[in-house]
Every structure is written in structure tokens, then in C-alpha cells.
Write a protein that binds this ligand. Structure first.
Ligand SMILES: [Zn+2]
Length: 211
């Protein structure tokens, strides 16, 4: 597998007890959603709520933004997520999204919304939850800084129909080990504003992220 450009579809049954209750001191990650113009607002609202819950269960506070949203003094990382509508079917044909875990900035996640739309049509009741799980999974790759998958839970490489239909009832979560690594990765960083970077604007398209 190309480790630098990792694509995924996923799923799981497992669930992991949250390692950290929300208490206001979780490291903050700013997730900027870009090109969401074709995503119905109720769907996006539910997706952000679901992804935020899943990341909170790993001890991470997600602040949602849009293109141009600025990181705060306490923001540990900024992740740009682009919604794409016209990737050819031949490009990573089974993937609903892709992440670039080794990219330092720019767009680090692409959501193939045209493909996702057909999946959520099949599992209509879970639609917002499914998009939320896809977001959380890909954000997980970025925060874990790797493209590998877990045997259970949110970071499974593939999700089953049972997983999809059950997401509306119970979130899939990170394994305890992955949640721990995410937290360690974040708290060991310099806050995003203070870190030396060429830019935190929306600089890169997927094509310009190193392959
Ligand atoms: Zn994955």
C-alpha cells in the first residue's frame, strides 16, 4: 500500500471506553471543512456532532471551521478537509475518503462525497452518523500520523452493512491504544500558531501534497 496516500473505507462493531472525560483541557484541533456547498446542512451538522463526540472520546476537542478560520493560541493542529465531487471512479474505487497522514499542512483529507452519497442513501437513518464516522476515521489517520488500521472499532479498514446501520445508535470509537497515541502525539507538540510553518492558509490541493 502506498503509505503516503492512504485511502479508506471502514467499519467496526467494537467500542472502547473513553480514556478521558471531557473536562475542558483536551488538546484542541481545528478542522476546517472546505467546499461543503453540496452537502445538506442537517447532514453536515449531524456529521460534525458525531465526529466531535468520537474525537472527544479519545480526549481531543475538535473546533470546526471553514476555509480561512484561524487557529487559536491553544490550537495544537489544523486539519483541512476538502469535500470532492468529481474524482473519477477509477481513482481508489472502494474508498469513501482519503487521508495524507504525512503531509504537514494543506488539504490532508479528501472526502469523496459523490461516493458517500450512494452509501448514505442505502443507510438513510445513519446518514449523518456515517459521514461523521468517515470524518473521524480520516482525522484519526492524520492525528495518528499513519495509514494503518485497527482490528476493531473506528479504525477498521472496512465497515460492514451492520456497522453502517448501527452507527446511528452507537458510535464506533478508537481503540484504547490508538486514543492514547493520539493524545500523546498532540500534547507533545508546539501549539500550531507557534510552530514554524511556511503558511497555515489553504495552500495545497491534493495534487500538490507530496505523493
Ligand atoms: Zn483508514
Amino acid at each position: 500500500m502506498d503509505r503516503k496516500r492512504v485511502a479508506f473505507v471502514l467499519l467496526a462493531l467494537g467500542s472502547v471506553t473513553a480514556l478521558w472525560a471531557r473536562n475542558g483541557d483536551e488538546p484542541e484541533v481545528l478542522v476546517r471543512l472546505i467546499d461543503t456547498y453540496r452537502v445538506p446542512q442537517p447532514l453536515l451538522f449531524r456529521a460534525k456532532d458525531t465526529a466531535g463526540q468520537i474525537l472527544a472520546s479519545a480526549g481531543v476537542h475538535v473546533r470546526w471551521g471553514r476555509m480561512g478560520s484561524r487557529p487559536g493560541a491553544e490550537t495544537m493542529d489544523v486539519i483541512d478537509v476538502r469535500f470532492a465531487y468529481s474524482f473519477p471512479e477509477t481513482y481508489k474505487p472502494k474508498a469513501l475518503a482519503e487521508a495524507f497522514p504525512f503531509a504537514g499542512n494543506g488539504v490532508r483529507i479528501n472526502i469523496f462525497f459523490n461516493r458517500l452519497a450512494s452509501t448514505i442513501k442505502l443507510y438513510e437513518l445513519s446518514a449523518g452518523s456515517i459521514l461523521g464516522h468517515v470524518l473521524a476515521h480520516e482525522i484519526g489517520h492524520v492525528l495518528l500520523q499513519e495509514g494503518s488500521h485497527a482490528q476493531t472499532g473506528l479504525m477498521k479498514p472496512y465497515w460492514t452493512g451492520l456497522d453502517y446501520s448501527g452507527m446511528v445508535l452507537k458510535n464506533l470509537e478508537f481503540t484504547a491504544a490508538d486514543a492514547n497515541r493520539i493524545r500523546i502525539n498532540l500534547v507533545g507538540r508546539i501549539p500550531f500558531q507557534a510552530a514554524p510553518r511556511p503558511s497555515f492558509g489553504l495552500a495545497a490541493s491534493a495534487g500538490s501534497v507530496r505523493p
